[in-house]
Design a binder for this molecule. Structure first.
Ligand code: SAM
Length: 347
């Protein structure tokens, strides 16, 4: 006889409706529910919240109930009426003003990634990203498509920025990077990982290398003058000469590109690198046998709908590094989303 658990498809039902959860979180963040609760400094009723965010009472009541079920809000009962407050995690990660806020990432997921994933079936069928269908822009030049307007570029930069406040320290300390004094963060974007390097290694300086318009926005809005050990270098890492450094960081760069483009970039880095220097890859590593982690498997699909690349195993990255001249290649898992691979250039 079949056990009862096998005839009730709990997991499949959960997966079928997983997007309802994502959308509930997206909407609550977009409306500012968690921000209103933070500002109030006391539990609020559904009426008070609906007035503050300008929404219907009925819709708000249902949204708040769902957030309670998701354990994103606490409820308090008083004289038969329900009041809501943020849970600790919502206060820290879902309010806009929190230093560890994920609200910008959630907004990017809601407004960009979710729309691309609408075409996942086409992406799998065609084996390529879906920018043309989702946004009506040519995807011939990947970053021209991603940065189709200044507004989109800034949103993308916020997306890139927020995760390093949460797990940046783990990736920059997975290997001891103390020997490397001159670090170049290629595709360093908003500088969030550069900041983590300067915090973890008091003697290093970091140059953020990125496309000119990214460097401009990063210098104006993300990296303050107080970060004196951080500087910028504008350029195209496939075309322009790279700054000389002891260590090159490539965080979430290779996963954007095909093996051929990765090798092209790594060979350029190998040439520029000082003897005895190294390259540090920061990526979500797939298990060697393809068994997981689920996050990396899903990210690889995300790379399909959005980029020209994929997520890879430690061995696949090691092969790319070795093909470009790097030796003594090792990887370290952090137990969080992003892991690291280090390859050396011999002295
Ligand atoms: N390293 C950052 C991080 O992990 O948060 C950003 C990763 S983001 C996926 C890729 C970065 O590479 C963007 O900042 C983008 O502007 C930059 N980039 C893309 N093509 C580039 C090129 N040809 N030359 C220089 N930078 C480039």
């Amino acid at each position: 006889t079949t056990p009862a658990t096998d005839v009730y498809p709990r997991k499949i039902l959960e997966y079928m409706e997983g997007f309802l959860i994502s959308k509930t979180v997206f909407t609550s963040c977009e409306l500012g529910v968690f921000d209103v609760l933070l500002a109030a400094e006391r539990p609020l009723s559904a009426e008070e919240i609906s007035q503050a965010v300008g929404t219907s009472l009925d819709g708000t009541q249902r949204l708040l109930a769902a957030c309670t079920g998701l354990q994103l809000l606490n409820t308090h009962w008083d004289s038969g009426q329900v009041f809501y407050s943020n849970t600790e995690q919502s206060r820290v990660f879902l309010t806009r003003s929190s230093p560890l806020s994920l609200s910008q990432s959630i907004q990017y997921s809601s407004r960009t990634i979710y729309l691309c994933w609408h075409y996942l079936t086409d992406a799998v069928r065609e084996g390529r990203n879906q920018y043309e269908k989702a946004f009506g822009v040519s995807s011939k030049d990947l970053f021209q498509a991603l940065y189709r307007s200044d507004e989109e570029m800034v949103k993308f930069m916020h997306l890139m920025n927020s995760i390093w406040n949460i797990c940046g320290r783990d990736v920059v300390t997975a290997f001891d990077l103390t020997p490397f004094k001159f670090i170049c963060d290629l595709g360093g974007c908003s500088g969030a990982l550069a900041k983590q390097c300067t915090l973890a290694y008091p003697e290093c300086t970091v140059t953020i290398f990125d496309l000119p318009k990214v460097v401009r926005v990063s210098g104006e809005h993300f990296v303050t003058e107080a970060d004196q050990r951080i500087s910028f270098h504008e350029g195209d890492f496939f075309k322009d000469s790279l700054p000389v450094a002891d260590l090159y960081i490539l965080a979430r760069i290779l996963h954007d590109w095909t093996d051929e483009r990765c090798t092209e970039l790594l060979c350029r880095i190998y040439k520029a690198c000082k003897p005895g220097g190294a390259v540090l890859l920061v990526e979500a590593l797939l298990n060697e046998d393809g068994s997981g982690p689920l996050t990396a498997q899903l990210y690889s699909l995300n790379m399909l709908v959005q980029t020209e690349g994929r997520e890879r195993t430690g061995a696949q990255y090691a092969a790319l590094l070795a093909a470009s001249g790097f030796t003594n290649i090792q990887h370290r898992l952090t137990g969080k989303i992003y892991d690291t691979v280090l390859g050396h250039k011999e002295t």
